[in-house]
Each structure stands twice: as structure tokens, then as C-alpha cells.
Design a protein. Structure first.
Length: 600
């Protein structure tokens, strides 16, 4: 690590989900010379989490560093989805500039607004990179105009509005200052970062101050703290103090000091003001706390993040199939796992309830909580969750609810159906633009509770051809009640194994979520009714055997394909009197309690 603070640049990469942040980092890394000539360079190297690779999104912020000429550039790749805004907010405090990536075709999107707003509030002056210009039918200059409009709308100052911008392609590995120029590499972007991102502010001769912005864990080192050295010098093996949120001070020793080089963490002896480092030596640490000099401990301002807007109840699994598929099933194991998540997931809240088997878990949105649920089931946990509920607040003695900005890109023939469905959910249209390609972009302000269960309807209304994205906007006075009128469900009448004969006989009742051979229990939801009310049916019934040959015996009967119930679809689908049973092997919906309904 260099003691010269002027040779350091700390930059965050921010963008709407799927606008190419991680791919652009791939290009910067591959052209910085950190890989050997014969070394295989993986794609999306910063998305190390299995879920990130599967979904093609960034969930956790990542750090890397490259050297360009005599400058060390520390890069932080941040999530683009608003549900992971807690990650975005805290890492912006580590950097002195940001690179805003915008798709040349789509332009600014809801999460672009969200991450840019956070950057502007931090006083950062973004560099704008218009990505994917090598695609057909793009007008990159129009994207720049739209970005400027967004800057003005978000109240950017004159200096921020006079932003530098470049065009290029992360996948193609090139950047250029204007469309008329030819370029084959990322050199123009490297030069822009060195020129426009200011060096860190700090003094290596002052007492040590390092703010905890990210937490990790190693089986060998224990808790790993990641943060920026704001002032002073930090040395491997030195004594230090941890200043807690409540002001109390704990003494300890830096047992290991690590720096970032490419994709690796390397052991270092010393780091100075402006450097981003990882260290071990303190176990009980929270985000936002300060590692300081033992002689003159002084805390940095705590990091503030937006509060959660959605809450779910996590419950110990008590279904007839409990304990058959999971490794961790008790309330103590569930509590310990949720508390462990709190150590690293800054936007999450976990509260005890009046029952030892139930926990109120609050997060930023369905995706934020859905990722936690999916991670836990892959780790072997078995539990149940309730329908997501929005968190209401009282502001100036008025009941208020979260509302979101919703942007949809849909085929022209689907516009009417989408507007009608959102009208029922109290949405207010803000803008509508029809493009030359027969598609229409719609923008709405909609209550967060109006989006619960909407994605499935949206897919059906647009025949799977629509694109939908949304982000938190603000709290507004409650907009009144509404009923999205979901159809009733089909419920298993008894425990057993679903048979082809029973499913075929009940096929006219609705669409099933299961196939023959699926084990079911009384109260388990097995499909959606064609009508508004719930219906209990016996789908374990077998055909009675006789020695009479059926006239249709030679015909081959087939069943309609069942609806695939993924975790995301199930979270959107379940109603207020239903629960979702989650195990490492299965996703099941059930009624709680089982109500008396009409029987077949």
C-alpha cells in the first residue's frame, strides 16, 4: 500500500440491475494486467455467490483493485436492485467517486434513480458510462440526455450536472469519449477515472480511524472486517480499539491485515489513509462502527440506511411432513441463523414475537427476503414463512405506507390490461411513451402492497413479453383498501400420494401445482381453482379395479402440465391465511388454519 494518498482512486460502480456492471468490471480486470497471459479469465468474476451467478444479478458488494500506470484504483461493484440498497448505501461511504452505467437502449431505469440518488446525496460526482452501444438500433446520445434529465430531477448541483460521460461496451471491452472515435480498449475509461475521481481525503499522520462497511467470515481468521482507512496508519499486529454503536470501547489487536489485488486478498504489513483493507482481530462487530487508535479513540459518524418496508413471519415448520427433508428444524437453530444474518445484512431486522417459534423478519422487498430464504434452504434449514406485509408508519400523526416507482416495457396490445390491473391496485400513471418498435413504456407510482402478487398477473397479461422493474420512492398517506381478487385454491382433502386418476378427474376444477406421485397432506394447497372460493378435493383416490375392459382402454390419457411453483412465485402467490413451507427439497403451500370449505 502506498503512503501517497494522491496515487489512490476509490470508485463504486452503480447501475440498474442487468445494465452491465459486473461485465464491465471483467473488462477492466482483464485489461489491467492482473491475469497472466496463459491464465483462464472467468466471466462475471465479481459474482462469486451461487445465487448471483444463477440469477445474473449482484447481491453483495465486492472489492477489487487494479494498478493503472502509477495509480491504484480500488473498485467496488455494488448491487443494482433496490432491495439490496443497504449494500449500496454503506459502500458509497468508502469511495470518492462513482461510475454510473446506463444501458444505451433502455436509458435510466427505476434502480438507476435509486442508486444515483444515494450517490448524489453523498456529494459524489458520477462519471456516466453508456454501455452496450454495440447492440442494434441504439441511440447512445439520447441515453445521455435522459441521464441529464434525471440528474436535474434529483436536484443535482451544477458541478454534478456537468458530468463526464463515455460510450462503450463492457462485453466488447472498449470505451471512447465520443461516438465518432474508434477504440479497442478501456484506456479512455481508466484515464477518465484518474482525471475525474478525486484522491481520498485523509491524513496518514492523524490517529487511526477505520469505518466498518462490510463483514465477512473465515474458518481460519474468524470475523473479517472490511472498510476504508479514513485517517492514520494501520499496521499488522498493532493494538487497536473498537468503538461500538453505543459509544463503549473494546480493546483488541489486528491479528491479520489484508489488502486487495485483483480478485485476491493479499497479506500486507501496513496501510494508510485512503486505502481499502480487510482485517481480523475483533469478533463482535457491527456495520458502521469504528476501529480506532488505542491512545486517542474517536468514532466516525454512524452509517444510516433506509429502514425496511416489508415484513414476513418466519415460523418453525409444523406441517405433517416436518423434519423429513431438513437438517436444521428447531426454533433455536432458526433464531441463531437469523441472528447470524444480522451481522452482515445491514438492511434486515429480526424481532422476537410472543411465540418462541415465530420471528418477525423485515427487509427491503420480496427479492431481499427471497434471497435470504433461498440461501437458508440451501444450507439445510426447514421452516415456514407468511405472506409478505408492508410496514406502515405514522408520520405527522398520519398513517403512511411505502410507495414505489414502477416502470414497465410492454407490447402495445398489453397496455390496456396492465393499466386496468394496476388501477385496481391504486396505482397512479406518471408517464406513457410508445416506441417505434411497437412497445410502450409505462411509469406508475404504486403502493408497495399493490405489487405483492402482481408479477404473476403481469406475466400473464403480457404473455411473458413484458419487462418490469420497481424501486422504493417514499412514504405517503395510506391509499385505501383494495382487493386484487385472486382465484380460490384447490386444497388436499387427505394425506397420501396424488394419483393420475384423481388428478385427471379433477382437471376441470382448475390448474394444479403438483403431478402424480407427489406426497400431499390435509390442508396442503395443490392448485388454483377456476372460481373465487377455495375447494377441498381428494386427489389420492385410485381407480377401482374390475374385470370389465373399458371401451376407451386403448386411448392414452394425458394431464395438463402443472404450474411450476418457484420460491419467488410462491411468495407472491400466498394469501393472508396461508403459509409457505420451505425445505431443502420442496416448496409447499398450505392453509393455516385449514378452513371448512365446500367438498367435492
Amino acid at each position: 500500500m502506498s503512503p501517497n494518498i494522491n496515487s489512490i482512486r476509490n470508485i463504486a460502480i452503480i447501475a440498474h440491475v442487468d445494465h452491465g456492471k459486473t461485465t464491465l468490471v471483467d473488462a477492466l480486470l482483464s485489461q489491467s494486467g492482473i491475469f497472466r497471459e496463459n491464465e483462464a479469465v472467468p466471466t462475471c468474476v465479481m459474482d462469486s455467490n451461487d445465487l448471483e451467478r444463477e440469477r445474473g444479478i449482484t447481491i453483495l458488494s465486492k472489492n477489487t483493485a487494479v494498478n493503472y500506470n502509477d495509480t491504484r484504483i480500488n473498485i467496488v461493484d455494488t448491487p443494482g436492485h433496490a432491495d439490496f440498497g443497504g449494500e449500496v448505501e454503506r459502500v458509497l461511504g468508502m469511495v470518492d467517486g462513482c461510475l454510473l452505467i446506463v444501458d444505451a437502449n433502455e436509458g435510466p431505469m427505476p434502480q438507476t434513480r435509486f442508486v444515483l440518488k444515494k450517490a448524489l446525496e453523498q456529494g459524489l460526482r458520477p462519471i456516466v458510462f453508456v454501455n452496450k452501444i454495440d447492440r442494434a438500433r441504439v441511440v447512445p446520445e439520447t441515453a445521455v440526455d435522459k441521464v441529464l434529465d434525471l440528474f436535474l430531477e434529483l436536484g443535482a448541483d451544477d458541478d454534478q450536472c456537468d458530468f463526464p460521460y463515455l460510450f462503450g461496451s463492457g462485453l466488447g471491452g472498449f470505451a471512447k469519449s465520443d461516438m465518432a472515435t474508434e477504440s479497442e480498449n478501456m484506456k479512455p475509461l481508466f484515464d477518465a477515472i484518474v482525471r475525474h475521481v478525486p484522491p481520498p481525503v485523509g491524513d496518514k499522520d492523524k490517529p487511526l480511524q477505520l469505518q466498518v462497511t462490510t463483514l465477512d467470515y473465515s474458518d481460519f481468521l474468524g470475523r473479517i472486517i472490511i472498510g476504508r482507512v479514513h485517517n492514520g496508519t494501520i499496521t499488522n499486529g498493532q493494538n487497536a480499539t473498537l468503538i461500538k454503536e453505543d459509544g463503549t470501547i473494546k480493546r483488541g489487536r489486528i491479528s491479520k491485515l489484508l489488502g486487495f489485488q485483483g480478485l485476491k486478498r493479499i497479506e500486507i504489513d501496513k496501510a494508510y489513509a485512503g486505502d481499502l483493507v480487510a482485517l481480523a482481530g475483533f469478533d463482535h462487530v457491527n456495520i458502521g462502527e469504528t476501529i480506532a487508535c488505542p491512545d486517542e479513540p474517536k468514532a466516525l459518524p454512524l452509517i444510516k440506511v433506509d429502514e425496511p418496508t416489508l415484513q414476513m413471519t418466519f415460523v418453525v415448520n409444523d406441517s405433517p411432513f416436518c423434519g423429513k427433508e431438513g437438517k436444521f428444524v428447531t426454533s433455536r437453530q432458526l433464531r441463531d441463523r437469523l441472528n447470524k444474518e444480522l451481522l452482515t445484512n445491514v438492511a434486515l431486522r429480526v424481532e422476537e414475537t410472543d411465540s418462541p417459534d415465530r420471528f418477525a423478519v423485515s427487509g427491503r422487498g420480496e427479492l431481499h427476503l427471497g434471497i435470504l430464504i433461498e440461501t437458508m434452504r440451501r444450507e439445510g434449514y426447514e421452516f415456514q414463512v407468511s405472506q409478505p406485509q408492508v410496514i406502515f408508519r405514522t408520520i405527522n400523526e398520519t398513517a403512511c405506507e411505502p410507495v414505489e416507482t414502477l416502470v414497465m416495457d410492454v407490447p402495445e396490445e398489453s397496455v390496456g390490461a396492465c393499466i386496468e390491473k394496476l388501477g385496481i391496485r391504486k396505482a397512479e400513471m406518471q408517464n406513457m411513451e410508445t416506441g417505434k418498435d411497437g412497445r410502450t413504456q409505462l411509469e406508475f407510482i404504486v403502493p408497495s402492497r399493490g405489487l405483492i402478487g402482481f408479477r404473476g398477473e403481469f406475466v400473464r397479461a403480457t404473455r411473458g413479453e413484458g419487462i418490469l422493474s420497481h424501486s422504493f420512492f417514499e412514504y405517503r398517506p395510506k391509499m385505501g383498501e383494495f382487493d386484487p381478487r385472486r382465484n380460490g385454491v384447490l386444497i388436499s382433502f387427505e394425506e397420501g400420494t396424488a394419483t393420475f386418476y384423481a388428478l385427471k378427474n379433477a382437471e376441470d376444477r382448475g390448474q394444479f401445482f403438483i403431478s402424480p406421485g407427489t406426497k400431499v397432506y390435509k390442508g396442503m394447497i395443490i392448485g388454483e381453482n377456476n372460481r373465487q372460493q377455495d375447494l377441498e378435493i381428494n386427489i389420492c383416490k385410485t381407480k377401482q379395479l374390475t374385470n370389465m375392459r373399458s371401451s376407451g382402454a386403448e386411448e392414452l390419457d394425458t394431464l395438463q402440465s402443472p404450474i411450476e411453483i418457484t420460491l419467488e412465485r410462491a411468495l407472491e402467490y400466498i394469501g393472508p391465511d396461508e403459509m409457505l413451507e420451505v425445505t431443502p427439497e420442496s416448496i409447499r403451500l398450505r392453509k393455516l388454519p385449514v378452513k371448512k370449505t365446500s367438498k367435492r
